[in-house]
Design a protein. Structure first.
Length: 263
């Protein structure tokens, strides 16, 4: 099933906002509640061109070929402000990530830049994202900028296939998509892919929310459209409430006072 929903909306100009109840387009929260996923866009809420500039200085991923990446652990404080929690490795157990280059390994990445995290529209996005998922103060939120660039073709998942990320709250937003064919997202009710739910191609500024503990997802390979220019596709991944014991152990070790989804 192809779907392109939630195109209707506020018609407002871009503006940073503290009105979290008005951040998301009508129908998003209801859709997420009833079908465990929702697609919308936040182009009216952020300066997308400024966010895209964060892609320019991403370091190469030391664990995955042809990928670039930064990530930071964030949390809301008791006043509802967004804070950088500091360093903690990414840790995905083999039950959630069976790619040889990533499974059951501690992966360390450079953090998102201070300039990016200080942006009012970035802070507003994180607060609004936490609100839609009911994330409370001191719950770790992982925010990544990651993606691929190059020539020819590439598997953006690097062998993960149909998978879950090991959390309850997950959203994927496309930052840029240049000279790209493919990269269609697929959602399934089962890991074997026998129960497909929806196929979605995300454009820059589009965001896909999904309950990662109930659904599985994948993305098609990327093909270079024009052989005379490289392709590039970068995304933001933001997630929280981990059900992966491996990740929770690392979070407890690095952030002893954090509120975790344990047990």
């Amino acid at each position: 099933m192809k779907l392109d929903t939630f195109k209707h909306g506020f018609g407002l100009p871009y503006m940073p906002t503290n009105s979290l109840d008005e951040y998301w387009r009508p129908g998003v929260i209801k859709a997420l509640r009833h079908q465990d996923w929702a697609k919308t866009d936040i182009r009216e809420r952020i300066n997308l061109a400024a966010w895209q500039e964060a892609v320019a200085d991403l370091p190469r991923d030391p664990y995955v070929n042809l990928r670039w990446k930064r990530m930071s652990w964030l949390a809301l404080n008791d006043q509802g402000d967004v804070e950088d929690m500091g360093q903690c490795p990414m840790a995905q157990g083999g039950a959630f990530n069976d790619a040889e280059s990533m499974a059951d390994r501690l992966r360390y990445y450079d953090p998102l830049t201070e300039e990016f995290l200080a942006r009012p529209d970035v802070k507003a996005f994180v607060r609004a994202w936490a609100r839609i998922w009911g994330i409370s103060a001191h719950e770790p939120i992982l925010m990544q900028i990651t993606g691929v660039r190059g020539e020819g073709s590439v598997d953006p998942l690097q062998g993960q296939g149909i998978h879950a990320d090991g959390c309850k709250a997950l959203s994927i937003m496309v930052l840029n998509r240049e000279n790209v064919s493919g990269a269609e997202n697929h959602l399934y009710a089962d890991r074997a892919g026998m129960q497909p739910l929806v196929d979605v191609t995300l454009d820059p500024g589009d965001i896909l929310h999904l309950r990662d503990d109930r659904l599985f997802h994948s993305v098609d390979g990327i093909e270079q459209l024009d052989s005379g220019a490289p392709f590039e596709r970068f995304i933001i991944i933001i997630n929280s409430r981990f059900v992966d014991d491996f990740q929770n152990r690392m979070l407890r070790r690095h952030f002893p006072e954090a509120v975790l989804n344990e047990g």
